[in-house]
Design a protein around this ligand. Structure first.
Ligand code: ADP
Ligand code: MG
Ligand code: MG
Length: 253
């Protein structure tokens, strides 16, 4: 079972007024088969955690470690992270001119699997997965992220997740900008991947609403650049009722 281990992670971001420490000692262990929700107020550093795991050049790790089965993830290139089985939804948020969704998916699958998937089974797999996500087949011929709506971006994200079958998946704000039907479809995709028992998921969100569809095994409250409380699914209900104020009062971030 693959284990992603984040230990005392400190990350700074380069901004206008120089470098600023955003992550201030994050500790988290995600094992294959587990679903963790990270919840917290805006600006608490949740996306910074996701970008840091993705190896985004703007985010500088100033301390701590991230390992996958003991291997240093921070030393890996973006491609190596993908091949090691770490899926980071925000890895390709940009438009890729001239590259269709269909070609992009096949190239990604080839990179992750180390060999090109057999064409006939692959085409079938893509078609069936798109059907389950209630995506128009024509979507496969569009250029990656070009003019995608919020909902299309998220469906594309889950399509990649289902096809690439990572060991660890980091999903940042997968629920943002989704209407209720899209939220259900996207959540069902996450639950299908989860039901294989072979993916450890880190679901980062500001809202509790996605957690009505996906019941996490663990919930972590993120505030001021670190995890300040951890619990089971019931912690999300408490947050829904009480909000984040109790975590941000006084301390600040
Ligand atoms: P969250 O996802 O929890 O809303 P973020 O990680 O996006 O929080 O942001 C945390 C803090 O880091 C904020 O104060 C934000 O302004 C700052 N920050 C994040 N990314 C950058 C960046 N690329 N440049 C400058 N500041 C950033
Ligand atoms: Mg934010
Ligand atoms: Mg964010």
């Amino acid at each position: 079972m693959a284990t992603l281990e984040i230990h005392d992670l400190h990350v700074s971001v380069d901004g206008e007024g120089g470098s600023k420490e955003i992550l201030r000692g994050v500790d988290l262990t995600v094992k294959q088969g587990e679903t963790h929700a990270i919840m917290g107020p805006n600006g608490s550093g949740k996306s910074t955690l996701a970008y840091s795991l993705a190896g985004h050049p703007k985010y500088t790790v100033t301390g701590g470690t991230v390992t996958l089965d003991g291997e240093d993830v921070l030393e890996m290139s973006v491609d190596e992270r993908a091949r090691a089985g770490v899926f980071l939804a925000m890895q390709y948020p940009v438009e890729i001119p001239g590259v269709s969704v269909s070609n992009f998916l096949r190239t990604s699958a080839t990179a992750v699997r180390g060999e090109a998937p057999r064409l006939r089974t692959w085409v079938k797999e893509v078609k069936e997965t798109m059907e389950r996500l209630e995506m128009d087949p024509a979507f496969a011929e569009r250029n990656v992220n070009e003019g995608f709506s919020g909902g299309e971006k998220k469906r594309h994200e889950i399509l990649q997740l289902e096809l690439l079958k990572p060991r660890i998946a980091v999903l940042d704000e997968t629920d943002s900008g989704l209407d209720i039907d899209a939220l259900r479809i996207v959540s069902e995709g996450v639950n299908r991947v989860r039901s294989t028992g072979e993916v450890g998921t880190l679901l980062i969100t500001h809202y509790t609403r996605i957690l009505r569809y996906i019941t996490p095994d663990h919930v972590h409250v993120f505030a001021g650049g670190r995890i300040v409380e951890s619990g089971g699914a019931e912690l999300a209900d408490k947050l829904e009722a009480e909000g984040y104020e109790q975590y941000t009062k006084g301390g600040g971030s």
